[in-house]
Design a protein around this ligand. Structure first.
Ligand code: BES
Ligand code: ZN
Length: 451
């Protein structure tokens, strides 16, 4: 339980300072805020005794900080990100997104649970251990980037250039969530992602919908049909070959999924978190399996035609949609994007032009929760949160995970700290202060268990 003293403690004050930076990576006008946030982190990391630097990239800077490398010790790389999603829609927030507010044991701000609360918990855990013991049981490297929320476009090259400096035995990440009911969980799989934008172009200009309607293909109608053609009536994606590489669930994973369902309130809890009256999805799989272990096609945005007040009788010249596919092992993002484009082109009627713009992508990632490091991670979570962690496959993505494995040759362990009702990417994002403070304890136990 958090006490009043905790809520006013130094760690929480520091978290507030970190949360005041509007470090929105997708909006170019916020580049100076990303720079100053990176500099704030560098100062924080160097003030606790680490060798810290801000490295510029063609995009947002990367912050790296490390203890001196003792060859007799193992090396843990702690990865996280200081960039955040846009706070929109602003009117959904109870108080402004970059003015942190504390209420009933939670801190509200954009980035609180994705990923500033978690990464600061790791920093403060290291700081406490260094302060008390003078050294850590392992070598630690912090790698904190500013472009995770836009698909980490510059991190791969950075990893290649700094692979020696970043050489490590494993990666620890807390940029994921606890299980429903705020139960501790080790996430052993995350979905991958592949982004695509569609533009359907029709007439040379917006037309009068009475004078031309009935004779000219309407791009909004065409796009709507294209989107509708992505799924069949059983919730399956209709793109040929979409499921070919999907790795089936192992028997132990189906057991872990049903343990999770039983321990965490099942579909009712998920319905409640989503604010819906009914859950839908691919037939033949439980909700937990649909979210963590099955690939999907989602529309993230759509536009075209008149959007203002009242009516306007227009036949619009174009329409667009932004799509993302969530992928699982062993789907290849490039193969999926190519198959999607081919399928959508085959569904496009004459009279319009379909433009397909592919965006960022990252493959799905899985690590073994029963490996020695997986067991050490579970021990640290159990010690910090007082219950054996559940094993989770989660639906979100951290696009760099597969690349970390490829370039550094090491596995990532996901010790999520976000409360499931943290509303990440939504208005009123928040983190339970007890999770943040528990994260500091967890870091200390983790480094001990890995040492
Ligand atoms: N922290 C999330 C991912 C996450 C959250 C995984 C909770 C599991 C549980 C991450 O910052 C995120 O949101 N990633 C984006 C990546 C994308 C924009 C390239 C995502 O998943 O949408
Ligand atoms: Zn995140």
């Amino acid at each position: 339980m958090s006490t009043q003293t905790d809520l006013q403690s130094q760690p929480v004050e520091e978290l507030k300072a970190f949360l005041r930076f509007p470090s929105i990576s997708t909006q170019p006008e916020h580049a100076p805020d990303l720079d100053s946030c990176a500099e704030w982190l560098r100062e924080k990391l160097s003030s606790i005794g680490l060798e810290a630097a801000v490295h510029s990239t063609p995009g947002s800077p990367v912050v790296v900080a490390a203890t001196p490398r003792d060859p007799a010790k193992r090396t843990v790389l702690i990865y996280g990100h200081y960039d955040v999603q846009p706070p929109d829609p602003l009117e959904g927030w109870t108080t402004p997104p970059f003015e942190p507010r504390i209420e009933e044991g939670r801190i509200y701000a954009r980035g609180a649970a994705d990923n500033k609360g978690q990464i600061l918990a790791h920093i403060l855990g290291v700081a406490e251990t260094l302060h008390e013991k003078g050294s850590l049981p392992v070598n630690v490297i912090f790698l904190i980037e500013g472009e995770e929320e836009i698909g980490s476009p510059n991190l791969e090259e950075f990893l290649r250039e700094h692979r020696e400096e970043l050489a490590c035995d494993l990666v620890a990440i807390s940029d994921t969530a606890m299980a429903p009911g705020n139960k501790p969980a080790l996430t052993y799989a995350l979905r991958g992602i592949a982004a695509m934008e569609l533009v359907v172009r029709g007439p040379a200009r917006d037309l009068h919908s009475g004078l031309f309607g009935g004779a000219v293909a309407n791009p909004v109608t065409v796009l709507s049909r294209l989107i509708a053609s992505l799924h069949d009536e059983n919730g399956r994606v209709r793109i040929p070959g979409f499921y070919d590489a999907v790795r089936p669930l192992e028997p132990w994973e189906r057991t872990a999924a049903s343990d999770l369902e039983n321990a965490s309130g099942g579909d009712d809890a998920i319905r409640e978190l989503a604010g819906v009256t009914q859950l839908v999805g691919e037939k033949g799989f439980s909700t937990i399996e649909r979210i963590g272990a099955r690939p999907t096609a989602e529309v993230n945005g759509i536009g075209g035609g008149y959007q203002g007040a009242g009516t306007k009788t227009v036949l619009p010249k174009e329409a667009f949609a932004k799509l993302t596919f969530r992928l699982v092992a062993d789907q290849d993002p490039a193969v999926i994007l190519a198959a999607a484009e081919e399928y959508l082109r085959s569904q496009t009627p004459p009279g319009v032009l379909l433009e397909v713009i592919t965006g960022h992508s990252g493959a799905a990632y899985q690590s073994d929760p029963n490996s020695p490091d997986g067991l050490a991670a579970r021990k640290a979570l159990a010690g910090a949160f007082g219950a054996d962690p559940l094993l989770l496959r989660d639906g979100g993505s951290i696009p760099i995970l597969a690349t970390l494995k490829e370039i550094l040759g090491v596995d990532s362990y996901l010790l999520g700290l976000a409360n499931p009702d943290s509303r990440i990417h939504s208005p009123d994002e928040n983190m339970l202060i007890e999770n943040f403070l528990g994260g500091i304890r967890m870091n200390r136990l983790l480094l001990e268990a890995l040492g």
